[in-house]
Structures are given as C-alpha cells and as structure tokens.
Design a protein. Structure first.
Lengths: 272, 797
C-alpha cells in the first residue's frame, strides 16, 4: 500500500471540496478499494472517507419511492423492514452479497460507483429503473453504467442516494444469482421486475457491464411465467469468457437464471 | 464409530483409542499459537521478492541503482551476488530409493535431467513468479518500493505449460542439455506378460485423462525470520515446515556451511499437506540476506504470492487400459503416466508412488506402465496429500466403471470379483509392492451398506420426479506410505512427573500434542497434560524426518515405544534397588513398579527421582531417567478403504450437490478416533475439492497463472459438503508393532475417483462416459448436451 492522507469530513460540502482534487478518492465501505490499494494497483494522494456524513446513510420511503442512502451498508438493506415491504427482492439481493463482513462494511453507493461487472447491485438499479442521485444531479440507471468499472460519474461527483420506484409501479421482482465458485461473485445474476410499464430484465456478471435482456422482457411481457422463457436465447457474442465459464455457458445460464428470478418474483422459490 | 457415548467416557481415560479432546486447541483457537509470522526479532529488516512476470525469459542486465537509492532500502540481491557468494541450489532429491519400491530407471542412453533450482533465478526465468531478486528494507512497504524500482531486461522466450504439450517434440525447451523436456522415462512391470494377457483378453477398457493441477493452500502462509550471529558464525532460521531437521540440513547445503552452523526453529504450523514439506528457495535467500545486511530479516508470503510460489501438485496425463476376460476377471493393465514436474525435476514421488500401485487392491496378475516426467514453464510440483495415489486410484476406479459401462458388467459385481480376498494377503502386486494385511471386502461391503447402495434406485426415481439426476459411485483405495525412513525419539521422565519427548516430527495441525501424549499415557499412565513434545529446535532435535507420507504417528510411535520400553527396563532395575528385591521380580503396570510377592510398589515418578538422587547406581542408570530409540524403517504401510458418494445434478445448469458421502477407512489402530475422523473429513474435502472445483490454471499461450488468488482458485467450502458418514475398520497392520496404519491421507486417496464415478453415473442415462476434473457445472452441462446431440456415441467432456 502506498502512503495516502486520510480525510473524514462530516458534511457533504466538505467532502465535495476535498474530492475536487483529482488525486483524491472517495472511500465508502472500502471492500474493493482497500484491497486494490493493498495490491498497490491504485495510488491516491488522499482518501476521503464518507462514513461520517450522516445524510448519506439510511433508508426511507417517500411515497412510491424507496430511497437508500449511498453509504448504507448491505446488511442494513438486507435487514430493513422498509425494504422488505417495498422491494423484497432488493432485500434478498443485499442478503446474498459477499459474506457478513462485506455486508457490514460494503455500501450500495460504493458498489455501483465501482461498477464491478460481477457486482449484484447494478442489476437491481437497472432492473428497477432506479435513479442515482449525486450532489449535483440525478442520473437514470440506463445512463449510469458505462462499462467495466466505468460509470457516468464525473470526477468529484459523489453519489448521495439511490431512488428505487416501488409500490404499485413495481408489481413484483425477483433476483437469482449463479455464484462463481471461487469468488462467489455473480457468474450470472438476473434481476427481473414486473412493472405497470412492462417487464424489465437486468443481467449482471455475464458481460462487461450490466445490461437489459430485451428478448426475455418481450417474452415475459406476454406471460409472466418461467415457462415463457423456453426457447428464448441470448447471443453469446460479447459476453464474458474466463476460466470459470465460457460465453456460451453464460448465455445459457442467463436464460436459466432469468427463469429462476421469475419464479422468485412469483414466490415459487428463492434466490440461488 | 462416532457415537456420542464415546465422548462421555471417563475423562481421565486418555489411553490409546480414546477420543480425547485436543489439548492444543484452546491455545490455537484463542490466538495464542505462535506461527512463523508471530515471531519478531529486534532490529529486524523486511524482505520482498521481485518475481518474474514472464513464463520463460532470458535475464539480461538487472539495474538495482534506483532501488538502492530509496532511503530505507538496505540491499538488493540478485543472481550476481548469489553466484559471488557461492550459494548452492536447493538440494532436491528427485528419486529417493527404497528397497521395498520399484526404482524408476530410464533406459540406457537416456540421460535423466538434473537441473539446478537456485534460490534466485540465474540466467533464465522458467515460470511466472520465479524469484529474480530479494529486496531488503526497513519496512515491507519500502521493500516493495525497492522491488518496483529494480529494472530487469528480459528477453522473452517461447514457453510451454500444459502437460502433454510440454512433452511434444518441438515444444519450447526449458534446459539446454537434453533433446526434449522429458526428464525421466522409466518402465515398471512385466511388458511381455502384459502384452500376452492383452492379446487373449475378451474386453479392453480404455481411458485417457488429464488429472488437474492443484495447490495445497495451507491456512498459514509461509513466513521466515532469519539472523546471523557474527560471534558464533551461526545462522538461525525460524520458519514453519514439515520438519526441523531436514530444513536445517537443506538450508546448510544451500548456504554451503556445516549443518551445525545452522539452527532451525519452528513452533505452531498452520497446515502442510506436503506443500510445506521441502525447503523453499525463499528460506535460503532470507537467511543469506540476514548475513549480508547484518540484521535479522523477515519475510511473510502474501496469499497471491503463495499461489505463484508454493509447490504445486498432481498434474498427471495418463492413458491406461484394463484387460478383462469374458467373466470380468481382470487379466492385465497397461498404460503410460506423464507427470508435469514444473520447471525443475525436484521429486518423482508423485510419479513413483502412483505408478507402483496402479492396480490398487485388485487381483491384476500382470501390468506394465511407462512413467515419465516432463518439465514445463510452471511452478515445481511435489508431493501433496497422498502424493500420486489419488490420481491412480481415480484412473483404476474409472477404468472399472468404464469396463462396466462398455461391456455390460455390474459395477459392484466387477469389484467383488476382482478385489483381493484376505486369504490372499500378504499379496505382491504386479509392480512388486507387498500389501501386508486387511479385509478389503469387509471395508467395501460396509461402505455399500452404510451408503445404502441397495436403496439407490428408489432415491434416483424420487430425484427424477423432482427433475434431478441422481448418481452413486464407489471407489476402493490403497495408499502406500513410506517417506524419510529414519526417526528418533528421546524420552525423559522427570522427578516431578513430567515426561519430555524429543522427536523429529512436528505437528502441522494434526494434534500431536494430544495423540502422541496418549501413547505415553497408555504406557506410563502419565496424564497427557504432563507430556511435552520437543520437536521444533534443531539444537535439541538432531534426527528426524518430519511430517509427511503418513509417517508421523506411524514411525514416531515405533521409536517412542522402543524408548518407553527401555525406560521401563531401567526403571525396574532402579525400583529393585528401592524395594530391595531382584529386578526379575519387578513388574510395571499402570505407572507403578511392584515387587511380586510383596506389597511394595514405587511410582514411575519416585523411580525417576531416585535415578537422580541415588549416588551408587550403575553408570547407565544414573542421572535423569531417559532413553532413546533411533530407527530406520523402510517398510511401507498400506492403509486402505472404500468410499461411496451420492450426488444430485441439476441438468438445466449442470450444478451438483453432494447428497451423501460415506467413508470406510482402515487405519489399523486409531490412537485418537476423534482426531482421525477430523483428518478423514479434511482429507475428503481436499479430494472432493480437486474433483469438483480446484484448478491451477496456467494460460496455455502465455504461461500466465490465471488462478492466482482466492477470487479465482475455488477452494472447497463447508456449505458444499454434506455431513460425512465416516467409520473405521481396524485390522492391525502386521508390519507395525502397534498395528497402526496412517490415517491422514485415506480421505483424499479415493475421493477423486468416487466423485467422478458418481457424476458419470448420474449422467448415465444420456450415455455420458466420462467428465474430466474439475467436473465443473459447465463440463457436466456440455457432456449432457453433447450426448443428447449424438445419442449413439458416448460422450466425454
């Protein structure tokens, strides 16, 4: 690890000032950042710890919107009654991230800002058509994820919250994850949502970035049932291929996990 | 048996056969152990290794100036300093001869490869991660800064890492002298008889496989701290290993100094599995560096560094055939084994200990195998838990199931027909190995019964109704345990009742402080709390082969038994003096000497005190009550058993669940059945891990290691394994004075074969004949898909 200066501002304004310096890096739970520093893969003049900024943390419901503060740890999302009532699939997803240590430290804002192609949260953000809020603007999920570890965030921009539509807008949702055997990140993770405006299917782990599986959406719009996905396929071109799974297998697994996510949404079984 | 009642026996009964709670565990689980990284010496500096990013490259100029310019960097040592100081290579002994085993001898005209394994690369690097320089600094961070500032000119050379590929003519060569990368090319068995038997065979089962490469992953990464005393000119190294004495001898050879100029220390060791069994280049480099910089030097291996630089294992390419007659009697076996030894031939144990028992516990009248080693641009491979045997048991058990599949035999019937009967023992197998004793059929039938093989069809039907494919498999096994033959125990009974045992065998987590003390409790009736093992200081321990090859308790108990008997004999003579009787009437029972025909008794402690106190004892009895035994024991031991496993596969994804795992293992005599069960459980997990998940993956094109962390190297985890049904049979080993067979490797030895047999059985309805290891969901899914696409042709994946 290279030396760095450590800041822990108490207000968003101070954090914004400190992060105006391009050499400075925001620190949330540190579950990805700290290992990358330990491996000397990254070097930052300063880390700006967002953990003391009270307004960034917590879960609240505003009408038909569930607002999850950026530094809310996964365990808090998983254990929240508000989340369970509004978006039980999001609770299931958070409960399945990493291990208890990761869930107690890792945060939703940190996860989506990092944009690991195998992270769970991006599938919920895109699947639920959430809005990513920063201290400067609101970014639609469709516009947020740009590629491997790439997002729409500008230097110095801090995620403050993620706003998830819920209530009547989001009728039911389910998440199914196929874990990579070593890391237990998502080899393939599929988040399925049935909304008043139609079905959304978001896939993580399978490609450089989270994406919508439109063929599955079309099939599920006709009939929201796992069997509707029989015969639906995903083109393996452009999917990830590594020592754990080929692109062909991932393409197959996406369809299979989509079926299980639908089943979960229908209350026919849990997350894998 | 693991019956609850076992644990409620009289807690004071700590004798042989009791499941005594491990007395070291409170220390270990409350963080009070002392592992190598816990040791810090005043004024120590820190070492970091600069490692090769290339699989194969010629080293040009190494510029260390920028690194040395960093304040706090004390030294950068490379092959230049190594050669100037005359450091010798790691003293590997590729083939240690044992009169009870066949020798691997290459034909006349074939020059067996000998290649130096320097502690820092000289001239060329030959695998990704090979150490090129050691940087010493005031902190680990500064040493890393220094390592990053070292500039090495590499001329990248073509590389080869995969096993059959490395043996091909025209493959990039690693070393200058030989014609190819083949390092040894031996034959074992009777070729003519085997060919004749194959010629008259009714059926020939054929199998080709690549046994995957794995790494041991001890929980405690390696660490070392070393110093050099300019006054005594002695080196001291504290580093966990499989044994202190061999580490001392090997370190002295690297440093090119007399063995007694080196002292090696070790305390608690968090796992060995063979991975930690041999000295490592880093230990030599750190000790040498301590002299160069005039300060203690410490190095702690990071986990990602361990994946690159820990000795790896298995990696065997095999073609094998089994000949049968019309009734299913095995007639002969033949084939060829090719062991990928990594960049330097360091130990042919995997090759030899496998090929000498290819025929397992079956009646195979003749066999012939070729046994070759091949170097490649990969980390060295060496023995790892049950070295060589899990691979060949897997091959034999696969051949049997393939024969059943291809020729319509019943799998159980084929095994019952060919498994050796007790009355045939001792039995000399086709390679000359002599199996001493046992009841192989009893173990197998117990496994079938406990695994409820008879009820399987109903369970399969029930699973099918749920859309799952259920499979059952079995594997018999035999394990040849040899290892370093010499061991020594020195036992001293103190006048306060304590007993010290000096032994050349360290515990790597096996619970020696408890199980070895149970032997003393059995013989002397001394509470195990009063027994102390002294094993980790070479200034006290002069002889001993360390912990490997199931030799710890097996050989340790023999020399401890001999020394204990001598103490009892000495004690009788001293007690006779105290009780004023003739030594011939003195008896020793449960810690007391008694004079027959009188009511006189003396405790062992009283006798030990008298030995110190009485002024006029004969010279050999005067002083502390002590005795030693130093034995060289070549004869192998043959633990055996049978495992049965049942799996359920989800055909949609090829994912697998182990539903039930049944293990019957014969350990001859279980000194502490609870500890042996723990060893069996851990060993099964390591075997299943190889069969299903673990894989050291070098990229075929670049030689880069793609499985370099826990993010990509899939370890077995508790939630993937069922609660094991494990039982022992205890047929005493006839070549061991206490009847003991080793118990540490039996869980792993059949686990590869039994898992793949069960997986393939689950897929049998599709005509799938084999799935390679690790049997990942994708491989299983592809096997189903390919079989479905070509229903007439059995598929392999």
């Amino acid at each position: 690890m290279f030396d760095f200066t450590y800041h822990r501002p108490a207000t968003l304004a101070n954090a914004s000032t400190q992060l105006a310096n391009a050499e400075h890096k925001p620190l949330a739970g540190g579950m990805s950042l700290i290992p990358s520093l330990k491996f000397r893969l990254n070097r930052h003049a300063a880390l700006v710890d967002l953990g003391a900024i009270a307004e960034l943390r917590g879960i609240r419901r505003e009408g038909d919107t569930l607002v999850v503060g950026a530094t809310t740890p996964h365990a808090e999302v998983a254990g929240s009654t508000l989340v369970r009532q509004a978006l039980p699939a999001l609770s299931v997803l958070a409960e399945g991230i990493g291990d208890p240590l990761v869930r107690n430290r890792g945060t939703i804002g940190g996860s989506i800002a990092h944009a690991d192609p195998a992270a769970d949260y991006p599938s919920a953000v895109l699947g639920l058509n959430a809005t990513v809020v920063t201290q400067q603007r609101s970014i639609a999920a469709e516009d947020f994820f740009k590629g491997v570890f790439e997002t729409a965030l500008q230097p110095g921009e801090i995620i403050t919250a993620v706003r998830f539509p819920c209530g009547p807008l989001t009728q039911r949702a389910g998440y199914a994850k196929y874990r990579q055997p070593a890391s237990r990140f998502a080899l393939v993770g599929v988040f399925v949502v049935q909304t008043a405006a139609g079905v959304r299917v978001a896939v993580t782990g399978a490609a450089p970035s989270v994406f919508r599986f439109t063929a599955a959406e079309a099939a599920l719009n006709k009939r929201f049932d796992p069997s509707a996905l029989e015969g639906v396929t995903l083109d393996a071109n452009g999917l990830n291929s590594d020592i754990h799974a080929s692109a062909v297998y991932r393409a197959h697994a996406v369809v299979e996990m989509a079926k299980r996510a639908v089943a979960a949404a229908l209350g026919q079984g849990g997350s894998n | 048996m693991n019956a609850p009642a076992e644990h409620h026996r009289n807690p004071r009964n700590e004798r042989i056969g009791q499941p005594v709670r491990r007395k070291e565990d409170l220390r270990l689980i409350t963080g009070k152990g002392r592992f190598s990284d816990d040791v810090n010496w005043p004024n120590q500096a820190y070492a970091v290794f600069l490692r090769s990013p290339h699989a194969h490259a010629r080293i040009g100029a190494i510029d260390t100036r920028a690194a040395l310019a960093i304040p706090g960097v004390l030294a950068v040592l490379t092959c230049k300093e190594l050669l100037a100081d005359g450091l010798k290579p790691v003293p590997h002994v590729p083939d240690a001869a044992n009169p009870h085993e066949p020798n691997l001898v290459s034909p006349p005209g074939f020059k067996e490869m000998i290649a130096p394994h320097h502690v820092l690369a000289v001239d060329n690097v030959r695998y990704v991660g090979e150490a090129v320089a050691i940087v010493i600094a005031n902190s680990v961070n500064l040493a890393k800064d220094g390592a990053e500032a070292v500039e090495v000119d590499y001329e990248v050379l073509p590389s080869v890492s995969a096993t059959p590929a490395a043996a091909q003519p025209g493959a990039p060569k690693l070393w200058d002298s030989p014609d190819s990368n083949i390092s040894i090319d031996a034959e074992v068995g009777d070729k003519a008889a085997t060919e004749a038997a194959f010629a008259r065979a009714k059926h020939i089962a054929k199998f080709e496989t690549q046994v995957n490469r794995v790494t041991g992953v001890p929980m405690e990464p390696r660490a070392a701290v070393a110093q050099y005393d300019t006054a005594t000119r002695r080196y001291t190294l504290h580093a966990g290993s499989g044994g202190a004495v061999r580490l001392k001898q090997d370190l002295a050879k690297i440093l090119d100094v007399p063995a007694n100029d080196v002292r090696v220390l070790m305390d608690d060791i968090g796992g060995n599995f063979g991975t930690r069994g041999m000295i490592y280049p880093e230990f030599g480099a750190v000790t040498w560096a301590a002299r160069r910089v005039g300060r203690p030097v410490k190095w702690t291996c990071e986990r990602s560094e361990a994946f690159l630089s820990d000795y790896q294992a298995r990696d065997l390419f095999c073609t094998a055939e089994l000949a049968l007659d019309a009734e299913g009697n095995f007639l002969a076996m033949r084939g060829s084994n090719l062991s990928n030894v990594g960049s330097v031939p360091s130990n042919y144990g995997q090759l030899k200990k496998g090929v000498e028992i290819m025929t397992s516990l079956y009646r195979v009248p003749c066999a012939h195998f070729r046994a070759r080693g091949v170097v490649s641009n990969t980390m060295l491979t060496r023995p790892y838990r049950s070295s060589g045997r899990p691979e060949v048991m897997y091959i034999m058990e696969r051949l049997i199931d393939i024969a059943a599949f291809d020729f319509g035999f019943d799998r159980q019937a084929l095994r019952r027909r060919n498994l050796l009967q007790s009355h045939e023992l001792p039995y000399t197998n086709a390679f000359g190995m002599v199996y001493d004793s046992g009841d192989y059929h009893d173990a197998m039938e117990k496994a079938f019964a406990l695994g409820n093989w008879a009820g399987f069809p109903a369970r399969r039907a029930e699973a099918k109704a749920r859309g799952k494919l259920r499979g059952i498999g079995t594997a018999n096994y035999v394990d040849t345990a040899t290892g370093v033959p010499r061991e020594r125990a020195e036992i001293t009974v103190h006048d306060d009742g304590r007993v010290d045992v000096v032994l050349g065998i360290v515990s790597n987590g096996q619970g020696h402080e408890t199980s070895f003390a149970q032997l003393i409790n059995e013989w002397f009736d001394v509470p195990i709390e009063k027994v102390r093992l002294i094993v980790g200081d070479t200034d006290i321990v002069q002889v001993g082969g360390g912990t490997h090859s199931g030799r710890g308790l097996r050989l340790g108990s023999i020399v401890m038994f001999n020394a204990s008997n001598q103490i009892i004999e000495k004690g009788k003579r001293i007690a006779a003096r105290l009780m004023e009787c003739d030594p011939s009437v003195v008896r020793f029972f449960r810690g007391r000497f008694s004079a027959q025909g009188t009511d006189q008794t003396r405790t062992l402690t009283e006798v030990a005190a008298a030995a110190q106190r009485l002024p006029d004892l004969p010279e050999d009895l005067r002083g502390p009550l002590t005795a030693f035994s130093d034995e060289t024991i070549h004869i192998p031991s043959f633990p055996y058993g049978c495992h049965v496993v049942e799996v359920e596969i989800d055909p949609a994804l090829g994912t697998l669940e182990i539903v039930k795992y049944t293990a019957i293992d014969d350990v001859g005599l279980a000194v502490n059945p609870m500890i042996v069960h723990g060893q069996v459980h851990g060993a099964i997990a390591q075997g299943v891990g190889q069969a299903l998940w673990e894989n050291v993956h070098y990229d075929a094109a670049s030689g880069q290691l793609l499985s370099g962390s826990f993010m990509d190297y899939a370890m077995p985890r508790a939630d993937q394994l069922p609660s094991f049904t494990a039982e022992f049979t205890e047929i005493p080993c006839t070549t061991h004075p206490l009847g003991i067979r080793p118990g540490g490797e039996g869980g792993t030895t059949p686990a590869l074969g039994v898992m793949i047999n069960a997986v393939v059985d689950a897929l049998s309805e599709f005509g799938v004949k084999h799935v390679e290891m690790p049997a990942t969901p994708e491989r299983i899914w592809r096997a189903i898909r390919e079989a479905k696409n070509s229903p007439k042709r059995p598929a392999t994946a």
